[in-house]
Design a protein around this ligand. Structure first.
Ligand SMILES: [Zn+2]
Length: 192
């Protein structure tokens, strides 16, 4: 399924003629998917929700300020709802953890397409000064460029064999493993 979601997202990116970062999920929702936005009362644990029959993404009114103050969180939240629209709009019933994971994957691929991120990452090595940036600053810089959270970018980078990320001798920062890099202590980490 993972591969299929990424292929689907890449097709959407091509069809929507997106050629540079950052990818604005809100704009894409309106221009490509034909979805509208509204505010409403939702469960406190939810930031937003999709109402398929109305073709609307509802932002939880009690958490709207939180989203407005955090562009990375907002972009990912909307992209997650776009994932539900693209993948699950014909499903009925409860949203299972698997469905939520699929929507998170959709959002990850949509906001941080592999070729876009790799191209930006390569820029660090093209500039002598940037090459010496500590790894954490590279992650921060990419997160800003793509308008996603630091953690979301870290997870995305960890999906590829970018050795610089794990072991950065030049800055003195050395990550011994992917787990240490991601700061995983127990169980699963959250995307934001
Ligand atoms: Zn969801």
């Amino acid at each position: 399924m993972k591969q299929n979601i990424e292929l689907l997202v890449n097709k959407i990116i091509r069809e929507a003629k997106i050629s540079s970062s950052p990818i604005n999920a809100e704009r894409l929702a309106e221009s490509y998917f034909g979805l509208d936005f509204d505010c409403g009362k939702l469960n406190e644990t939810e930031l937003a929700g999709l109402k398929v029959t109305e073709k609307k993404i509802y932002i939880n009114e009690s958490r709207a300020d939180e989203l407005a103050a955090n562009i990375g969180l907002k972009n990912f939240t909307i992209a997650h709802e776009l994932g539900h629209w693209a993948l699950h709009r014909d499903l009925t019933g409860e949203h299972t953890p698997q469905i939520e994971r699929e929507a998170d994957k959709f959002a990850t691929y949509l906001l941080m397409p592999e070729n876009f991120v790799r191209a930006e990452f390569a820029k660090f090595n093209e500039h002598r000064l940037l090459e010496w940036l500590p790894t954490d600053m590279k992650v921060s810089s990419l997160a800003d460029t793509f308008r996603v959270s630091y953690t979301a970018m870290k997870i995305r980078l960890s999906q590829w064999e970018l050795n610089l990320i794990y072991v950065d001798f030049k800055s003195g920062k050395c990550y011994l493993s992917k787990e240490e890099f991601l700061e995983i202590t127990t169980g699963q980490i959250r995307l934001f």
